[in-house]
Design a protein around this ligand. Structure first.
Ligand code: NDP
Length: 435
């Protein structure tokens, strides 16, 4: 707290882990007296750098770039890059810290890291995006590599940005390697990687519902966000027989009582990924839907909620409203979207609740599969990758149940994910000594 008091998001993420892991450490002699959590909260390396680039008016712009190499005990650093004006060291440290546990849960050999910039991609031309990505990589390239640190996408970084960054990395290193994941199909990408986080969050919820003999069939689902994760969560939930009634962006949410089916989702994908427009344009196309400016979708009645936008987007009051309206399951697609008060409400009412580090791990897991395919110089089929993704989500669910079930049979997935993620990393750190 003394060292990181000015970093609220990071403290929030650490506190949640500490609450469940400290009692576990106290009960297990091998971790006692080793200051293992104290070591885990200190990044192995925090890199901050200047990114200068020229905008379309010929003016010089300066942004701050970061890469946080949090923990490499079980593999090369791995984690996304976020381009958003709110990016700062606290947000990236919280994300990097969560990533360590998440990557451990996937059972793949990946350490944890995160990076990005306070650059705002909104309203920028394609050329400006390219110049920024090139400038960003012209520094980042010296800190990463296929056996050192393998970044991926996150908010504001999708296939287009990964392409520009990969191009610059390849030029500077004169090497074609699997240094970034989320690459395009023809240049080393994996099938199902774009879908993986959203699909994974739905697969995880499916596993949770199955413990109650339930499923997505016939359920009403609220989703926040309308980016990469939200789009594919919507697609999979609909495929499994549910009706998705909301999507959102930072300007507000849309409510479509009839459900956002495959055709409507195709419109959203074109709007968000190609035209880069705002969510209210949905209502112009489908006038029976409603747009709620500046609001979040949690007052809408639903059985299942999938927060897929950003951190702290679902507070205690909103959690109470969801529960009052009959919500039985919340599976986080975003990282830390629920505040501590919201999580407390979900636990108090004993509803099924999955924290992002478990339920959104499908994205990084499939990035791990992309790394394997790059090393093997092979491409697996869509079905093969999807089967592996399903298997990984099932295993993560089982690990959470193993470590998180209480005497009454209720599964605290937060506790389960934290302890299962911790054990593997802590054991590796102990084996490698004090470094
Ligand atoms: P995108 O940039 O594709 O989409 C982000 C969405 O969230 C947009 O709809 C955006 O709206 C909305 N959003 C972002 N910031 C805010 C904000 N401050 N308030 C309200 N809405 C906001 O990102 P992703 O879909 O990739 O990421 C979404 C979440 O999922 C993040 O928490 C990310 O860390 C997490 N995640 C992503 C993974 C991936 O594979 N992509 C993997 C694991 C986790 P607007 O366009 O208006 O900004």
């Amino acid at each position: 707290e003394k060292r990181n008091g000015h970093e609220p998001e990071f403290l929030q993420a650490v506190q949640e882990v500490a609450e469940t892991v400290i009692p576990y450490i106290a009960e297990h002699d091998i971790y006692n007296g080793k200051n293992i959590l104290l070591r885990m909260v200190e990044p192995e390396r925090l890199i901050s750098f200047r990114v200068s680039w020229v905008d379309d008016k010929g003016e010089i712009q300066v942004n701050r770039g970061y890469r946080i190499q949090m923990n490499s005990a079980i593999g090369p650093y791995k984690g996304g890059l976020r381009f958003h004006p709110t990016v700062n060291a606290s947000i990236l440290k919280f994300l990097a810290f969560e990533q360590v546990f998440k990557n451990s849960l996937t059972t793949l050999p990946m350490g944890g890291g995160k990076g990005g910039s306070d650059f705002d991609p909104k309203g920028k031309s394609d050329n400006e995006i390219m110049r920024f990505c090139h400038a960003f990589m012209s520094e980042l390239f010296r800190h990463i590599g296929p056996n050192t640190d393998v970044p991926a996408g996150d908010i504001g970084v999708g296939g287009r940005e990964i392409g520009y960054m990969f191009g610059m990395y390849k030029k500077l290193r004169n090497e074609f390697t699997g240094v970034l994941t989320g690459k395009g199909q023809s240049w080393g990408g994996s099938l199902i990687r774009p879908e993986a986080t959203g699909y994974g969050a739905v697969y995880f919820a499916e596993n949770m519902l199955a413990t109650k003999g339930d499923s997505f069939k016939g359920k009403t689902v609220t989703i926040s966000g309308s980016g990469n994760v939200a789009q594919y969560a919507c697609e999979k939930a609909t495929e499994l027989g549910a009706k998705v009634v909301t999507l959102s962006d930072s300007s507000g949410y849309i409510y479509d009582e009839a459900g956002i089916d495959a055709d409507k989702l195709a419109f959203i994908m074109e709007l968000k990924n190609v035209k880069r427009g705002r969510i209210n344009e949905y209502v112009e196309k489908y006038p029976s839907a409603k747009f709620f400016k500046g609001e979040r979708p949690w007052s809408v009645k639903s059985d299942i909620a999938l927060p897929c936008a950003t951190q702290n987007e679902l507070n205690g009051e909103e959690a109470e409203t969801l529960i009052k309206n009959g919500c039985i399951c919340v599976s986080e697609g975003a990282n830390m979207p629920s505040t501590p008060e919201a999580i407390a409400a979900f636990h108090e009412h004993k509803i099924l609740f999955a924290p992002g580090k478990a339920s959104n791990a499908g994205g990084v897991a499939t990035s791990g599969l992309e790394m394997s395919q790059n090393s093997l110089r092979l491409s697996w089929t869509r079905e093969e990758v999807d089967e592996r993704l399903k298997g990984i989500m099932k295993n993560i669910h089982e690990a959470c149940v193993q470590y998180g079930t209480d005497e009454s049979g209720y599964v605290d997935y937060v506790k389960g994910a934290n302890i299962a993620g911790f054990v593997k990393v802590a054991d590796a750190m102990l084996a490698q000594g004090i470094i």
